[in-house]
Design a protein around this ligand. Sequence first.
Ligand code: NAD
Ligand code: UFG
Length: 337
Amino acid sequence: MNILLTGGAGYIGSHAAVVLTEAGHQVVILDNFCNSQLSVLERLAKILGKPVPFVEGDTRDTELVRKILKNYKIDAVMHFAGLKAVGQSVQKPIDYFDNNVAGTISLLQAMRANNIKMLVFSSSATVYGAPQYLPLDENHPTQAINPYGRSKLHIEEILSDIEASDSNWHIACLRYFNPVGAHESGIIGENPNDTPNNLMPYIAQVALGRLPYLNVYGNDYDTLDGTGVRDFIHVMDLAEGHLAALSFINQKSGLNIFNLGTGKGSSVLEMVKAFEGVSGKSIPLRVTNRRTGDVAACYARVDKSSTDLSWKATRTIQEMCSSTLNFQKNYKCNNLS
Ligand code: NAD
Ligand code: UFG
C-alpha cells in the first residue's frame, strides 16, 4: 500500500516508517519538523538503503495534504502528527487543540476529498484518566485530565461520529501505553530534550553521567515497591502493532480501538535496576514528592489486540534499556541532531 505518515519524522512515526517499508509498503512522510529534525530522513535512508519520500508541511494545510494524497496515490494514512507534552498543554491549550484537533479535521477533510477512508490514529492511554480498575481494557471509561488528553479524546469522539455517518471508513485508534527504546541501529530514537520529562530518557542521561541523579517522584504509592508502575513498550513492538492494525482495518470497517502495551506493569525502581544491569553503572536516586497528575499504576489488558491483530509485544525490558542507552550515546557522540 501507499501510506502517508503524518509526523513520520518523529519518534514513533520514524520507527513505523522502517517497519512498514521493510514489510513492502511505500511510505511518504509529511512533517513540519516542529519536534524533529530533517536529518531523521537521512538516517531513515541509511537504515532502509533508499530515500524515503517526504514533504515538509503542516497537517492544517488542507490543500497541501489533499495534493499529497492525490499525487502519491495514497491508500491509507497513519496520523502521528501532534503535540504531546502534558505540562505544555496546560500552559498552551489553544496550541494543542489547534494542532491536534484542527490538524486532524484538516487531514480528514483532505482524505474525504480524495475518497481515502483508511486511517490509523495515534491515541494514548491517557484517555483512560485515573484507572478505576487494572489492567485497563478498551471498555474502561474514558476521562481526560489535561488538555493533551482532552485533545486525544475529542479526536476519538470525532472519529466515532465519522464512522457512524459513513460505513466506508476503516479506522484504527491505537491507545499507546509508554513507548520507550529505539531501533537497533541506534541512529533513530526519541529526540532527547535537554532535560527529559519522561523516565527512560532521564535514567539514560544519569547512566551516561550527563545528569547527576534521578528524581523518583514518590515512593509511597500503593504498588509493589511504592513507586509508580507503567506499561513500558518497546517502540519497535509498537511500530509492528501499526502494521498489524493496518492489515486488520484493510479487512474490517468501522472504528476499531486497541490498546498497544505489553500487559505488564514495571515500577520506576524496576526500570532503574534494569538500566543498571545493562549499563553497568549505578543510578543515584533522590526520592521527591509525587508529580502532580501522576497515577500509581497504569497498564493494559492486551487480549483484544493479541486476538484481533495477532500481535504481541515481545521485546524485553533489557532490550528497551539497552536500545535507549545505545541511541542516547550515539545521539550526542555522532551529532545526530
Ligand atoms: P514526536 O513529537 O516525536 O512526533 C510527532 C511528529 O509530528 C514530529 O516529527 C513533529 O514535528 C510532527 N508534527 C507535529 N505537529 C505537526 C503538524 N501540525 N503537521 C505536521 N507535522 C507535525 O512524538 P511521538 O512520540 O512520535 O508521538 C507520535 C504520536 O503518538 C503523537 O500524536 C502523540 O501524541 C502520540 N503518543 C505518543 C506517546 C509517547 O509517549 N511518545 C504516548 C501516547 C501517544
Ligand atoms: N518518573 C520519575 N522520575 C522522572 C520521570 C518519571 O520517578 O524523572 C516516574 C513518574 O512519576 C511515573 C513513571 O516514572 O510514575 C513514568 O513517567 P513518564 O513521565 O515516563 O510517563 P507517564 O506515564 O507519566 O506519561 C507517558 C507520556 C504521556 C502519556 C502516558 C500514557 O508522557 O504523554 O505516558 O501513554 F499520556
